[in-house]
Write a protein that binds this ligand. Sequence first.
Ligand code: NAD
Length: 298
Amino acid sequence: MAVVAWIGLGNMGGPMTANMVKAGQAVRGFDLSEDALAAAVANGVTPTSSIADAVQGADVVFTMLPKGDHVRNVYFGDGGILANAAKETLLIDSSTIDIESAQAVHDAAAAAGFRFVDAPVSGGMSGAAAATLTFMVGGEGGAVADACSYIEPMAANIIPTGGATTGQAAKICNNLMLFINLASTAEGAVLADRLGLDKQVFWDIASVSSGDSWALRTWYPLAGVVPTSAANRDFAPSFTAELANKDIGLAIAAARSTDTPLEIGEHVQQLFQRLIDQGEGGNDCSQIVSLVDGSLKT
Ligand code: NAD
C-alpha cells in the first residue's frame, strides 16, 4: 500500500481520492475548505491539518488546485511541499496551470533534489468519479514512468507527453478545443430547438453525426438529455465558468508567446467573461447557453 498525500479535494480531487482509497492506497488529504475535507473523509481519506502534516511519510504527493498561483503557494515557502516532503517523495501536479508556473515548480523541485511531473487531466467530474480520466504526463522519463503507476487507479488513459511542462501544453490545447466545441454545441442546441426539433431527437442525430463532440455527449447544455449535464441541476458547477475562462486564458497567453492567432478562442473567452461579469462565474461553464437562448442578456 502506498502512502499518498493529496492537496486540493474539490470537484476533481474529491472523486479522484475516493478512487485511490478504493484501490487500497492510504490517502492523507488537505484542503483549506472544511466542507471539501469532510466530504473526502466520508470517502475514506485521512484528514490532515497542514501541507507539512499531509506530506509526512508520503511516497507520492498529488496537487489538484485551481490555478498556477495556488500551485506555487503550496509548493514554495516554509509551509510548502518542497520544504516539508522527503526528497525521495515523487511530486505530481494534476492541476491545469500556466506553463510558466509549471516550469517554475519543475525548476524549484529539481534544484531541491525532488522528482516532479506535470500531469493534468481530462474527463471532467464524471470521468474523475468513473476513474476514466486521461492523464497527460510531462517530465523526466523515470519520474514519468513512476508517476504512471500511481495514477493508474484514476485513469483510462495515461499518455507521456515529453519533457517538463508538455503535459500542461497538451491540456491547454485540448481545453481550447473543448470550450470552442461547448460554445458551438450551445448554438446548435438552441437553434435546433427554435426550428422545432425535439431536443432528444436532435441530440441523437448530432451524437452519431459530424456535429459530435465530448462537449455534446457529456455537457449538452439543455436539460433532460444527458445525465451528466449541469443543465439538469440549474447549472450547479462541475466545471465553473471561472475555470473555463482561466483555461482559455492560458491558451491565449500561450498563443501570444508563439505568435498564433486564436480568433475563435478569443471570442469564446469573451462569452465566459460575460457570464462572470453578470455574477455567474461560479456556475457551470455550460451556462454559456444562456447567452444564446437569451435567459441571460448580453
Ligand atoms: P475546485 O475549485 O472544485 O477545487 C480546488 C480545491 O483546492 C478547493 O477545494 C480549494 O479549497 C482547494 N485549495 C485552494 N487552495 C488551496 C491551498 N492552498 N491548500 C489546500 N487546498 C487548497 O476545482 P476543480 O474543479 O477540482 O479543479 C481543480 C483543477 O483541475 C483546476 O486546475 C481545473 O482547471 C482542473 N480540471 C477541472 C476539471 C473539472 O471538470 N472540474 C476537469 C479537468 C481539470
